[in-house]
Ligand binder design. Structure first.
Ligand SMILES: [Zn+2]
Length: 208
């Protein structure tokens, strides 16, 4: 068999490097490359110039796909955690509102209330058993009448007793002694402060 020239090998090399040659051609090229340093170097150079960028591109694409997946996953995770945080906050806010916001009127009982004047200030002293949450007070009118009432809420009524907190006596500030002549106790709506009904429905509990 006539010895194959470098020219022929170099013609075939691109096909050989691309791996699209027949087994016979491959054997022929490999036999030549084993003996010919020049063609071997050319084949290696060709392999590098084809394979390395290809490899890099694939890697880059894979990395991008992976990166995008991670990003999507991360965003989803963040979105899910934001939603669950909001949902939890919503539930807590709902429970809080239901337990703390309702004002449950504490009815007047003479034995539970006393009016005390300390340093010119008028205070109500509530000695009843209910845990009160707060008080609503009307500013003294021009007739020097004042009304107030205490209220509790489901939290104080049902939840707080579970913790068995010691009930502390507290003076509830009503106003300045020289600004009032009569104190009433009764449930009223602050919006209708001028309504005479407040004084009709409330109980007069203190006269100067
Ligand atoms: Zn050669």
């Amino acid at each position: 068999m006539k010895k194959i020239t470098c020219e022929i090998i170099k013609d075939i090399l691109p096909l050989y490097v691309d791996d699209v040659v027949s087994a016979d051609t491959r054997t022929m090229v490999e036999e030549h490359l084993a003996e010919c340093e020049s063609c071997k170097k050319e084949a290696e150079a060709m392999r590098k110039s084809i394979k390395i960028p290809l490899h890099k591109t694939v890697e880059k694409e894979q990395a991008e796909v992976l990166h995008n997946l991670k990003k999507t996953f991360k965003n989803k995770k963040i979105r899910i955690s934001i939603i669950s945080v909001l949902a939890t906050a919503g539930v807590i806010a709902g429970v809080y509102s239901a337990l703390v916001l309702p004002k449950i009127y504490i009815p007047y009982e003479e034995k539970d209330f006393s009016i005390e004047i300390v340093d010119g200030n008028v205070y109500a002293n509530y000695k009843g058993t209910k845990e009160y949450d707060g008080s609503v007070t009307i500013n003294p009118t021009k007739e020097k009448k004042v009304a107030f009432y205490l209220y509790t809420n489901p939290w104080n009524t049902y939840i707080q007793p579970l913790f068995k907190r010691e009930k502390e006596e507290q003076l509830i500030y009503i106003g300045k002694a020289d600004e009032m002549k009569e104190i009433y106790y009764g449930e009223f709506d602050l919006v209708s402060e001028d309504n005479e009904a407040i004084w009709e429905n409330a109980e007069k509990i203190w006269i100067k």
